[in-house]
Design a protein around this ligand. Structure first.
Ligand SMILES: *Cc1c(COP(=O)(O)O)cnc(C)c1O
Length: 359
């Protein structure tokens, strides 16, 4: 039976990539060792690091005004590193659209003033507040958004811009490289690798070079962005396997024709699944139509008991990890880049049958 894993992260990776990793696991390029056994300073790993960075630059069309680096500690570490390096007692605007932006704002309070410029918390994060209602600070140190809300199931479509002179910072952990983004609109973009691009172990950080100069002198070496940019992300031992997998996944995305092609597939998958949800009374989705995430489709059956039954029976059919996040309940289908249309089709067939029997 074909298994389709709808996990929100770590998540399914392209089968082709998993097969290459398996083949090379014990003997990387006839070195006699696996990549996890080889020194990060040796001749085998250096080209892997270079390729991962070059692929990201190419796929996202990143100019020389930006540095690309890899930082351990995942998304949560960036919640702290961003204000630690860039806030320095100033005021930052946070748009609170979900659990992750809320957590990020909490960390920023250790380093300055946080203005929650808009929030949809009161309505359980069921939409992205309209930009016309954002209460922005003049000359803020930066403006912070979560481009895709993995738990709530909402996404900025389109992405906002920050006021002139204010760096826009985006947590793109769950939609990086799923859609075309103009990097020049941002001061900093980061993303945990484990949602859309590889295994867990690090975040990609794309930072505009002028922002590197903002870091106060009292920030420890390992927490300074320039430590990563000046040492090719190898100040200390990097997560070499994660970066190797990232190189393979980004090779694969290039082979598919780049992000514009991938975005088309993602739109087709999401349209099909939401189209089905809208066509039934049995299932519902709480997210405002214009803000529905193309990556994480959040939905419910008529009751909590039925949700549990749905998840259990789906798992038995090879459709796994459909349980909603523990904070919100219900069901969630994460359909990142690596989920093929066949997986979405299989899910819809199951949902139809489940609704017929239980409706
Ligand atoms: C998963 C996730 C995080 C947290 O990532 P960790 O690597 O577990 O710290 C942060 N932001 C978003 C949008 C996420 O989806």
């Amino acid at each position: 039976m074909e298994i389709y894993n709808f996990s929100a992260g770590p998540a399914r990776l392209p089968k082709e990539v998993m097969a290459i990793a398996q083949e090379e696991f014990c003997n990387y390029q006839n070195s006699g060792s696996g990549i996890v056994e080889l020194s990060h300073r040796g001749k085998f790993f250096a080209p892997v690091m270079e390729r991962a960075q070059a692929n990201i630059r190419e796929l996202m069309n990143i100019s020389d005004d930006y540095e690309v680096c890899f930082v351990q500690g995942g998304g949560n570490m960036q919640f702290a590193m961003i204000p630690m390096n860039l806030l320095n007692g100033g005021t930052a605007d946070y748009i609170d659209t979900g659990v992750w932006s809320n957590k990020a704002a909490k960390e920023a309070k250790f380093f300055g003033t946080v203005n929650i410029a808009a929030s949809s918390r009161e309505t359980k994060y069921d939409h992205i507040p309209a930009q016309s209602e954002w209460n922005l600070t003049p000359n803020a140190a930066y403006m912070y958004i979560t481009s895709n809300n993995t738990i709530a199931g909402s996404e900025y479509l389109p992405l906002p811009k920050a006021p002139e002179g204010v760096p826009l910072i985006a947590d793109m952990s769950s939609d990086i490289m799923s859609r075309v983004v103009n990097v020049n609109d941002f001061g900093l973009i980061y993303a945990g690798i484990q949602k859309n691009l590889g295994p867990s172990g690090a975040a990609i950080v794309i930072i505009r070079k002028d922002l590197l100069e903002r870091t106060p002198d009292n920030v420890p070496t390992i927490l300074r962005y320039n430590t990563y940019t000046e040492n090719d992300s190898m100040y200390n031992t990097p997560p070499s396997f994660t970066i190797y997998m990232l190189a393979l996944v980004t090779d694969y995305l290039k082979k598919l024709g780049g992000i514009a092609e991938v975005e088309k597939m993602n739109i087709a998958k999401a349209d099909k699944l939401y189209g089905f949800l809208d066509s039934t009374d049995f299932y519902s989705t709480p997210v405002a139509k214009q803000d529905r995430s193309r990556m994480n489709v959040v939905f419910r059956t008529p009751s909590d008991e039925m949700d549990a039954k749905f998840v259990k029976e789906a798992t038995a059919q090879g459709l796994t990890d459909l349980k909603g996040h523990r904070l919100v309940g219900g069901c969630r289908a994460s359909i990142y880049n690596a989920m093929p249309m066949e997986g979405v089709d299989a899910l819809i067939s199951f949902m139809k049958e489940f609704a017929r029997v239980n409706g």
